[in-house]
Design a protein around this ligand. Structure first.
Ligand code: AMP
Length: 475
């Protein structure tokens, strides 16, 4: 049964924003969570990204805060009342953009703070007063330390993507932040899965929460066509290109397990003529936002990324996801393929399974409660011009008409128009050199390295203290 937003009786300014977003009815998580949050109950929600969970917590919080809405210029009249914590900068940015849209007709203010960006503009915004603060834990602790974030009037806390925050090692930071907050508050926790650690976190910080589960937490969308191909490591790149070409795939996410592999793969695919960019923690914040933007605008075909970098990103209609590496953590498989086949659209998820990946595949099998059939993959033999694509069962994986409608890849187009074949490009030794991280990037990018420094407040604090001591600066 579809449920309309009108039955919520949202403040007209919020209702107007929702209407402008073009939302016709509530998503299941919204239909279940919004009334509960409006009543002031704590919530433990199992919801994957793409389910509309940002609106599910933002709208009722904004609605409740409308009682405090005012146009005063005094910062004291705009204390932080709602705090939303997220594991990565991109997610924080994404949620902040949505909150701004929902609150745009109100006088409630919101701000986002995350690492990798200059503290000063964030400080100025915080000092002017904001009712909704969206933050990653490390940078928030910097602001708490600098006394620019004062949290003693917080009434609502959202721990979003809580499982990922724990995976990254943010638990000590979270515990510290939560210790600064008033005991009397509403706490909402969202997580893709309810692991024992998440349950423990909820037991410590939530009071009598209402549990809301919109889909089996380990479910993979039925609209996603999943294939596991047996491909040796050295053949993975050729296999990926072959599938992209044969399927006429316009855009895809390509997941790898390491930052190093991510950068190298993106570089070689790009060099081979596929418009590719990489998203990983050694890139500067600015580079990452640009990469995402280029992908969203369709200027880039393949986004090669690590799990942490891509987690929860709201990029719609990605036709395909490649697991270039089988994820170490089975839950990441669910998150990765959740990037495709969203909102009823069909999607393709292809995993390349090397001989050493048997245990990882078995873990995925257990998690998704489905038998995984590992299919042989035959690389086409371009030299003989013969395509060999027969599967074990004799059926053809890719039909000829698929090939007819595909968009030829650029390198192929170039080949067709240029006979005789150009001499192969000399191999640039740059690509054979070991990967070297970007010297501009922070030494320890908070979002990927914080797992290694869980007990420190954040990568920024020590440095800041040293610098502050040297220059006698306060900020
Ligand atoms: P989220 O899971 O919060 O990241 O939301 C995923 C996407 O769904 C966002 O682009 C939202 O704008 C969109 N969305 C949220 N709620 C609705 C709704 N009720 N109807 C249609 N789209 C929605």
């Amino acid at each position: 049964m579809t449920q309309s937003f009108s039955q919520l009786q949202l403040h007209p300014h919020l209702a107007q924003a929702v209407a402008e977003m073009g939302y016709e009815s509530m998503t299941p998580i919204q239909a279940q969570a919004i009334p509960v949050v409006l009543q002031g109950r704590d919530v433990m929600g199992a919801a994957q990204t793409g389910t509309g969970k940002t609106a599910a917590f933002s709208l009722p919080l904004l609605q409740r805060m409308m009682a405090h809405e005012n146009a005063s210029t005094s910062p004291a009249r705009h204390p932080v009342r709602a705090l939303v914590l997220l594991p990565t900068r991109e997610l924080a940015d994404q949620v902040a953009q949505q909150v701004k849209l929902y609150a745009k007709h109100t006088k409630l203010r919101s701000a986002v703070v995350f690492g990798g960006m200059d503290m000063k503009p964030q400080t100025a915004e915080l000092k002017a007063g904001v009712e909704v603060l969206i933050a990653t834990p490390g940078r928030l602790l910097d602001h708490i330390e600098a006394k620019t974030a004062v949290l003693n009037q917080v009434e609502y806390v959202v721990l979003d993507e809580a499982d990922r925050m724990l995976d990254i090692g943010f638990l000590p930071d979270l515990q510290r932040i939560l210790s600064y907050l008033p005991k009397k508050r509403t706490t909402l926790l969202f997580s893709a899965t309810f692991s024992p650690e998440i349950k423990r976190l909820a037991a410590s910080y939530l009071q009598d929460p209402v549990t809301i589960e919109v889909a089996r937490s380990n479910a993979t969308a039925s609209t996603v066509e999943q294939h596991f191909f047996s491909v040796q490591t050295d053949d993975k790149r050729a296999a990926l290109k072959q599938i992209v070409r044969q399927r006429g795939i316009g855009q895809a996410f390509v997941f790898v397990n390491s930052k190093l592999g991510c950068a190298r793969l993106a570089r070689s695919l790009d060099r081979e003529g596929l418009k590719t960019t990489a998203l990983h923690g050694d890139k500067s914040q600015d580079e990452r936002l640009k990469a995402l933007d280029a992908f969203k605008k369709g200027e880039v075909d393949l986004l090669v990324c690590t799990d942490v970098a891509a987690r929860g990103l709201d990029i719609k209609d990605v036709p395909a996801v490649f697991n270039f590496d089988v994820p170490f953590n089975a839950e990441d498989y669910v998150h990765r393929i959740g990037r495709t086949g969203r909102a009823g659209a069909s999607g393709l998820a292809v995993s390349f399974v090397a001989s050493s990946d048997a245990r990882l595949v078995a873990d995925i099998e257990k998690l998704i409660r489905n038998k995984i059939e590992i299919e042989p993959f035959e690389l086409e033999d371009n030299r003989g011009g013969e395509r060999r694509e027969r599967l074990n069962d004799g059926s053809r994986l890719y039909r000829d008409e698929d090939r007819g409608s595909r968009r030829p890849e650029r390198s192929e187009r170039a080949e067709r128009t240029s006979a005789p074949r150009p001499a192969p490009k000399p191999v640039d030794p740059f690509f054979d050199r070991p990967y070297e991280p970007n010297p501009q990037a922070p030494e320890q990018p908070a979002w990927e390295s914080s797992a290694k420094v869980p007990s420190r407040v954040s990568a920024n604090i020590k440095t800041k203290r040293k610098v502050a001591a040297l220059f006698k600066a306060t900020d």
